[in-house]
Design a protein around this ligand. Structure first.
Ligand code: SF4
Length: 291
């Protein structure tokens, strides 16, 4: 079940099965914290909260972050679509995270409806204002991710408008991405890497192109979360993962080896081929993912 405020056409988790703006305690925060504690011995660089959908829909996300902070000094990152940042309670819940990575995929309401297919209660201007308000009050790092789609938002005129909005939000970093992974809708196509590089210069600060880049440092947050998201849908070989996520075979192998060592993935053999699957304990609680 994918629970989200959006139903993005590019979503690698498939279509949203539960579209809502109602925050709930979907899982017990102490269970999530316990799972993090059990995996700390692998000495992660960062603990990323992502989820099978939108993590700020969990009303206890602040308790999860606080619980992890009591356990460890490892930085906590939250990967969010940012749609609920207009709500003071959501901003308070994220206050103790070290990095928040919200998304901005459209420069106006009509493209917002086309790309993100938001819950009917959400207004584009409120979403942008919420991100701006969050940036002003939040003391941690804000890394804004901009997803560009070929022929839709990945054209110069739209990117210029996105860059204006991004400047208003004033994030610490901007990351440009495109649909290199299997999307929810087959008409979605990625923007060419050279075009992304050219568009990056339109942003202030200058954007980093993360599509097709070898995951490293902070980008590893997304890479591991992406692998877990892909494998939550179906078992994959290393070659499947590399092709599905648009990453190098060696990077895919390195990532799954680390995830197996952490207990997040299991290896299964079928007809002499090795498939990676989400480990049983991790699958029971898909709200928490980490690198
Ligand atoms: S891409 Fe993220 S925000 Fe969009 S539908 Fe998927 S989980 Fe939700």
């Amino acid at each position: 079940m994918k629970t989200c405020t959006y139903d993005c056409v590019y979503c690698q988790l498939g279509r949203t099965t539960r579209k809502t703006v109602r925050r709930q305690r979907w899982v017990d925060p102490s269970d999530v914290v316990a799972q993090v504690r059990a995996r700390l011995e692998s000495e992660p660089d960062v603990i990323a909260l992502a989820g099978s959908g939108e993590p700020t829909l969990h009303a206890g996300i602040g308790d999860v972050i606080a619980g992890i902070k009591r356990l460890t000094d490892v930085p906590v990152a939250v990967i969010t679509n940012g749609s609920l940042l207009s709500r003071p309670a959501v901003r308070r819940g994220l206050a103790d995270a070290d990095i928040v990575l919200p998304s901005l995929d459209a420069p106006d309401d009509s493209l917002f409806q086309l790309v993100n297919r938001p819950h009917r209660a959400l207004r584009f201007d409120d979403v942008v204002d919420g991100m701006t308000a969050f940036r002003k009050s939040y003391r941690g790092q804000v890394w804004l991710e901009v997803m560009l789609l070929a022929g839709v938002t990945g054209i110069a005129a739209e990117v210029e408008r996105l860059a204006e909005l991004a400047a208003r939000i004033a994030p610490d970093r901007i990351q440009l991405n495109t649909a290199v992974r299997p999307p929810a809708e087959s008409f979605v196509a990625p923007v060419a890497y050279d075009s992304l590089q050219a568009f990056a210069g339109l942003f202030t600060p200058h954007a980093d192109v993360i599509a097709d880049a070898a995951p490293a440092g902070g980008d590893r947050i997304a890479a591991h979360a992406d692998i877990l998201a892909l494998l939550s849908r179906r078992p994959c070989t290393v070659a499947d993962i590399a092709a599905g996520l648009g990453i190098h075979h060696g990077e895919a192998l390195k990532a799954v080896t680390a995830l197996v060592a952490e207990g997040a993935l299991d290896l299964q053999t079928h007809e002499d081929r090795s498939f990676y699957v989400v480990a049983t304990a991790a699958a029971e609680n898909p709200q928490e993912e980490r690198s």
